[in-house]
Design a protein around this ligand. Structure first.
Ligand code: TXA
Ligand code: MG
Length: 318
């Protein structure tokens, strides 16, 4: 049987235009995409992922001009961020244009938009027009950073995974909105808080009680491996306390000096970008090893380290 993992951009465009769901590469993680003009295909994304229909989808566009057509206006600070970081791993939450369906925005009056930085996907978007795409993992599972991860998750039900190689950023886009005159961070991601603040000044952080927007990406317990996962500064102590367990360790830059079943160093040179690139593929790999525990040492809490730590804390089984 022909593999669903293929690299024809033309085929992906044709499928999207005819109302099919196609898995697409982005610089962050792979997505499950459908044209915003095909409601049945959008519906199928929710079904395939097992995603609650109350969780809105991010719409991906080829450029700023396409984005402008999907929203009522662009608050100045968000426009500055778009100018600085698009194409790139930044999602902006904007007041949605009238013609955008509630199905995509889960009934909200806002829409999440981003121009991704992946050459193959940009080619697709120029022809297909805007596509809605959540990460290509079943609900609450680890995000896929290779075409194979996606094909393994969905052996049936997908016509094509467009193979764009390993995702270069490796963690999801940073999500930013604008409420009551303030720039708000909804989700930590591949662009650090420091980088965003360098453009728009101090950020307000999302506060579920105060805000009118609900962002399920901020909910606890997300992106979890099947294996019990523990994040701790004291990896050595955990190993000593669990001598008879089969343990896999994920460390940032130095090995743990313990004799354990499996250990991966995310970046020997201590580069947070490299660590971000490796974290999800390492979790996928570890989840296949039939371990008792995945034990992860948190990263330095700055720059992308902060984003990765946030993702990791949501992978914990508590
Ligand atoms: O890096 C990424 O953003 C990846 C790739 C595929 O682009 N996509 C991704 O999609 O992470 P997903 O569906 O896994 O996460 C989208 C997040 C959800 O937490 C959703 O609640 C939030 O974006 N979101 C989407 N539209 C929104 C809106 N109008 N207001 C607030 N949050 C929104
Ligand atoms: Mg997701």
């Amino acid at each position: 049987m022909e593999s669903i993992v293929q690299s024809s951009v033309e085929k992906a465009i044709a499928l999207l235009k005819s109302g099919e769901v196609v898995a697409i590469p982005t610089e962050t993680v792979y997505g499950l995409a459908a044209s915003i003009d095909h409601p049945k295909a959008i519906d199928y994304i929710f079904e395939l992922k097992g995603r609650p229909r109350t969780n809105p989808l991010i719409v991906h566009v080829a450029n700023f001009a396409q984005a402008e057509k999907l929203c009522i206006n662009f608050p100045t600070p968000l426009k500055k961020l778009a100018e600085q970081f698009w194409p790139g791993p930044l999602t902006l939450v904007l007041p949605k244009a009238e013609h955008i369906s509630n199905q995509i925005t889960a009934g909200k009056n806002t829409i999440g938009l981003r121009v991704p930085k992946h050459p193959m996907l940009l080619k697709v978007l120029e022809e297909s027009g805007p596509i809605a795409a959540p990460s290509a993992n079943p609900f609450e599972r680890i995000s896929p950073t290779t075409a194979k991860h996606v094909a393994d998750y969905f052996p049936e039900g997908l016509k094509m995974v467009l193979d764009g190689g390993n995702c270069s950023a490796g963690i999801k886009s940073t999500i930013i909105g604008f409420e009551n005159g303030e720039v708000i961070l909804y989700r930590l991601g591949a662009i650090s808080v420091e980088e965003i603040e360098g453009v728009v000044g101090k950020l307000a952080f999302f506060n579920a009680k105060k805000s009118t927007v609900v962002t399920p990406g901020m909910s606890k317990k997300h992106y979890a491996p099947k294996t019990k996962t523990v994040v701790t500064h004291d990896v050595g102590n955990f190993i000593v306390q669990h001598k008879t367990s089969k343990i896999g360790i994920i460390k940032f830059k130095e090995s743990s000096q313990f004799h354990i079943y499996k250990e991966v160093i995310l970046s020997k040179s201590g580069d947070l970008n490299e660590a971000a690139q490796n974290i999800y593929s390492t979790l996928h790999e570890f989840d296949q090893l039939d371990l008792d525990y995945i034990v992860i040492e948190p990263l330095p809490d700055e720059g992308l380290g902060r984003s990765i730590n946030d993702r990791l804390s949501r992978a914990m089984h508590v």
